[in-house]
Ligand binder design. Structure first.
Ligand SMILES: CC(C)(COP(=O)(O)OP(=O)(O)OC[C@H]1O[C@@H](n2cnc3c(N)ncnc32)[C@H](O)[C@@H]1OP(=O)(O)O)[C@@H](O)C(=O)NCCC(=O)NCCS
Length: 164
């Protein structure tokens, strides 16, 4: 049995999810508390956490859109988010440093993809740095090439998974 459970986010997870943002990303890339709160409030359907002994040790959060262009910074604050959008866009995937390499992120993504399929989404899209392409390819994502996004002042590759 896994030493953690994957479940949908709850309002009371805000502090823990914001803490994960801060400890897992450089300051320019971490989502603000306000952004995390908005994602929990407006789209809990695709915001999952991994919980071990009552502590949140991993998270994945998303927005949904009919667009294929995911470079819009405002979308990260859910501006232009449509809950019924055909595409799911992953904003954040983080595992607490003390819990890495134990399958937390893989389990979160597996559940997210299963839910997206069941919900009839067409595609899951995300941006990642080059060293994580292999991780996402292992989950079935294809490399969509260099993104126009300069989020956090760095370069990103776009990864996409067609669910159809
Ligand atoms: C990336 C991250 C979420 C992975 O979390 P995790 O819970 O350790 O991942 P898993 O244990 O499910 O690992 C799954 C596989 O990916 C590999 N992997 C994990 N982190 C990796 C990394 N940083 N680089 C390359 N491969 C990695 C693991 O070795 C494992 O491979 P295996 O199944 O062949 O052993 C975690 O390292 C993290 O929070 N990083 C900082 C935030 C970040 O960069 N998030 C991604 C944004 S696009």
């Amino acid at each position: 049995m896994l030493p953690f459970v994957v479940r949908r986010v709850r309002p009371e997870d805000l502090d823990a999810c914001h803490r994960l943002e801060q400890c897992c990303f450089p300051p320019a890339e971490a989502a603000s508390r306000e952004k995390v709160a908005a994602r929990i409030e407006r789209f809990p359907e695709a915001f999952l956490v991994a919980e071990a002994d009552g502590v949140v040790v991993g998270q994945v959060s998303c927005g949904a859109t009919h667009k294929d262009d995911i470079t819009d910074e405002a979308f990260k604050a859910l501006i232009g988010h449509h809950p019924d959008g055909r595409n799911l866009v992953v904003f954040t995937l983080t595992t607490d440093p003390g819990w890495r390499k134990r399958g937390v992120a893989s389990a979160l993504m597996a559940r997210l993809l299963a839910d997206a399929r069941a919900r009839g989404r067409a595609r899951v899209l995300l941006l990642c740095k080059d060293d994580l392409k292999g991780f996402y390819q292992g989950l079935g994502f294809a490399d969509g090439g260099l993104s126009a996004s300069t989020h956090g002042g760095t370069t990103w590759s776009e990864m996409r998974l067609d669910l159809g």
